[in-house]
Design a protein around this ligand. Structure first.
Ligand code: FES
Length: 145
């Protein structure tokens, strides 16, 4: 590996616009992995520029760091992610976003019955628990767990 293939954490910060502590945070979360020099200094691969770009885009899409980590788990550490890698990851994200959209559309639909109502009834309001359907399984916030 040529020395031009690796970046210091400062180089990576300049190339991505991220702060050094933010890069360290992502490293601590396992989203990127630093190589270590003989003097125990961090060195990053050029591919980490794209990894960090992906993390930022995925966060803007509303994915948690855990979800981003799962999506990136199959990415190769030693090379720049290729089009097939991105197609696989973006497909998984699209599935997640589709599920979020479906859930939000259901909430919007349920909200229609509430507009102008204001009863906030735990028994009849669909946003809470229409017909107390969750009460059949016992007491407590089981649905939220
Ligand atoms: S606030 Fe009355 S039904 Fe939701």
């Amino acid at each position: 590996m040529k020395s031009s293939d690796v970046l210091t954490i400062g180089d990576l910060a300049r190339r991505t616009g991220l702060s050094v502590p933010t890069i360290r945070f992502y490293e601590a979360k396992g989203l990127i992995e630093a190589l270590r020099t003989g003097g125990n200094q961090r060195r990053f691969l050029r591919a980490d520029i794209r990894r960090l770009s992906f993390i930022l885009i995925a966060q803007k899409l509303g994915l948690s760091l855990g979800e981003i980590g799962a999506a990136m788990a199959g990415l190769p550490q030693g090379r720049t992610p290729n089009a097939r890698d991105w197609a696989r990851i973006s497909g998984a994200i699209r599935t997640r976003i589709d599920a979020q959209i479906a859930r939000l559309e259901k909430v919007r639909e349920d909200l229609g019955g509430c507009i102008g109502c204001g009863c906030l009834s735990l028994k009849k309001c669909a946003l809470y628990n229409a017909g107390d359907k969750w009460g059949e399984g016992g007491v407590g916030p089981r649905v939220l767990r």
